[in-house]
Design a protein around this ligand. Sequence first.
Ligand code: CUA
Length: 177
Amino acid sequence: MHIDPLERKWAYISLGIAALFVSVILFDALFHGVNAPSNVETIDSARLHLSEEFAEDNLGVQVDDNGNIIVRMVAGRYSFFPKHITVPADTPLKFRWASIDVLHGVHMPMTNMSTMIVPGYVSEVNTVLPKPGDYPFLCNEYCGLGHNHMWSKVTVVAKQHWTPPAANKPEGDLNDE
Ligand code: CUA
């Protein structure tokens, strides 16, 4: 098959650009820890209220046996639940998100909290919130007519003013990540 030299040249250039993009993605994934936001951990969104981890009693801020702070939240049209949480500043926080219905996103301005919440998957975000104050969680994926009004409130308080919530979960579950 005859290929015009000029055409061949452009074919090599476009293949080269594609190869460059793939290597940038691979480099970020392997060396900068940039991963797909879903955490690739699956969950049955239709049975979330029955699941151990995301049952209503289990939502919100918890401290596990090792002193790690884990925040479990659920996104559903049109809010994030619980509607209001209080967390300490300057402390590592692990957020775990699940959707009860459609695709949502969560964004907290000026922080690294920005992820899609895909039905069927658990989204995990590790963050440290440096400054005390009131912040919003905003939905940043179009999820229906009420999308613009989908938000909830986060209060960040100074470390020394934060009291851990009373343990409200049965012994020995959910701590093995
Ligand atoms: Cu939820 Cu937009």
